[in-house]
Design a binder for this molecule. Structure first.
Ligand SMILES: *Cc1c(COP(=O)(O)O)cnc(C)c1O
Length: 419
């Protein structure tokens, strides 16, 4: 019997030989240092903490070739991750997510590839971040985790935490897709619908820390989700033959993935596995909630709270991001840009790619396609640039149009209909 189980003899031996290479954590704004091996939230300045490693030791301990030979998904990059003990690794059967080139929905002569994150456990890339957050919570002895979510993060937290034997409480806006709300509850969490937005849910979690003693797993308020999302950058570099695409379009809510990939590329360059070339990083938002786009256009480092946020791309309906300055830095340093698309463009893109290429994107994934199309028209990207889009969740989780084409099988069938 072949089980998907990371606690094999081989993995245990690897972890014993190389416990994590984490050295410390660091405030992403001011650079002050924090000790590893103990629970942390935000830095003293209220900014996200970044995990630092002994990169020289990573370089001496593992080669690209060894990594390429390992099976499975993101846990195979274990030298680049903070978990010390193999028994804290929590895995639900991750895969390396495939790169699917679009064919009929893009003009000839363009290279547009979609990284399909919908293949991960719980059907979204939130699996990456939350697997790491849960593994580290377990390692640090935290037993009750709480979070605000627009859906997918809560689902991934619930699933990984239940597998790890930890308790979870989740708060989501009351218009979160029903599939998300129900999967969260079924996967072992207690889920509550809140008549507000994700930042209102976040406040409930924050204010509950003292009376309940739960750990706040909000985006970037614990340091390890970035490390999980970082694996998207590691995986991409490996899949591109230790190179990177020319442009990455990333659907940006809290921005964890964009920040994480940027960190991954820096770590890979530091150990000499990739060169200094970077993809241009493009933050994609919705015209109904575009704080990062506005801050990018205004040339400022922090994005003010976006009022009256609305979009049916729930994953990117984030009116305020704690890591705004990190997203904006990566976008600017990479000579990328930030761009907003309307819900109408998003759903047109979803329908087009599904119809022509048989690929059902989630709304946020469709937003990256719509943004690429728009950027091609305005000249922000060139036709010859190698483009990577993210399909961050399976399109099957989202409401789809009704079909009411009916056949009465007790009457003669009019075959002319099907010509
Ligand atoms: C969370 C989420 C996003 C945004 O990801 P961040 O890294 O937090 O910006 C986009 N799309 C979907 C489907 C999501 O679940």
């Amino acid at each position: 019997m072949v089980l998907f189980n990371l606690e094999t003899e081989q993995t245990r031996a690897l972890y014993q030989k190389n416990p994590s290479f984490i050295t410390h954590l660091e405030c992403s704004m001011h650079g002050d240092l924090y000790e590893k091996g103990m629970p942390h939230g935000l830095s003293e300045a209220g900014k996200p903490l970044l995990v630092r490693y002994d990169l020289e030791k990573i370089k001496q301990s593992v080669t690209k070739h060894e990594i390429e030979k390992r099976a499975g998904g993101f846990w195979k990059y274990r030298e680049f991750l903070p978990v010390q003990h193999p028994e804290n690794v929590v895995s639900l059967g991750e895969v390396m997510t495939p790169l699917v080139p679009l064919k009929n929905s893009v003009p000839e002569g363009t290279e547009v590839i979609v990284k399909d994150e919908g293949r991960l456990p719980t059907g979204s890339f939130k699996a990456r971040g939350l697997a790491l957050a849960v593994a580290m919570a377990k390692e640090l002895g935290q037993s009750h985790l709480a979070m605000p979510t627009n859906g997918n993060a809560g689902a991934a937290l619930a699933a990984y935490a239940s597998y790890a034997g930890l308790k979870t409480t989740v708060f989501c806006p009351d218009d979160t897709p029903e599939t998300n709300v129900r999967e969260i509850e079924l996967q072992g969490a207690k889920v509550y619908k809140v008549n507000g937005l994700i930042n209102d849910c976040g406040k409930i979690v924050l204010d509950g820390k003292d009376p309940i003693g739960w750990t706040d797993i909000s985006t970037l308020k614990e340091p390890y989700r970035i490390e999980g999302k970082k694996t998207m950058g590691l995986e991409l570099a490996e899949q591109y033959g230790w190179d990177v695409p020319d442009v990455i379009f990333y659907p940006t809510g809290g921005g964890t993935g964009l920040i994480g990939m940027w960190k991954a590329f820096a770590e890979l360059e530091a150990i000499g596995w990739i060169g200094s070339k970077r993809p241009r990083m493009v933050a994609v938002q919705s015209t109904g909630c575009a704080p990062i786009v506005k801050a990018w256009e205004d040339g400022v480092e922090h994005a003010p709270l976006w009022q009256d946020a609305h979009t049916t791309a729930w994953g990117i309906r984030v009116p305020a991001a704690v890591g705004d300055f990190l997203i904006l830095r990566a976008v600017r340093e990479s000579k990328g840009f930030a761009i907003a698309v309307s819900d109408e463009q998003i759903f047109q893109a979803r329908d087009k790619v599904a119809e022509k290429d048989g690929f059902l994107l989630c709304p946020e994934g469709a937003a990256t396609f719509a943004a690429w199309q728009q950027a091609l028209e305005t000249g922000q990207v060139r036709k010859d640039e190698r483009v990577l889009l993210f399909n961050c969740a399976t399109g099957l989780k989202y409401p789809m149009p009704d079909i009411d084409r009916r056949i009465d099988c007790h009457q003669p069938i009019d075959y002319d209909l099907f010509k």
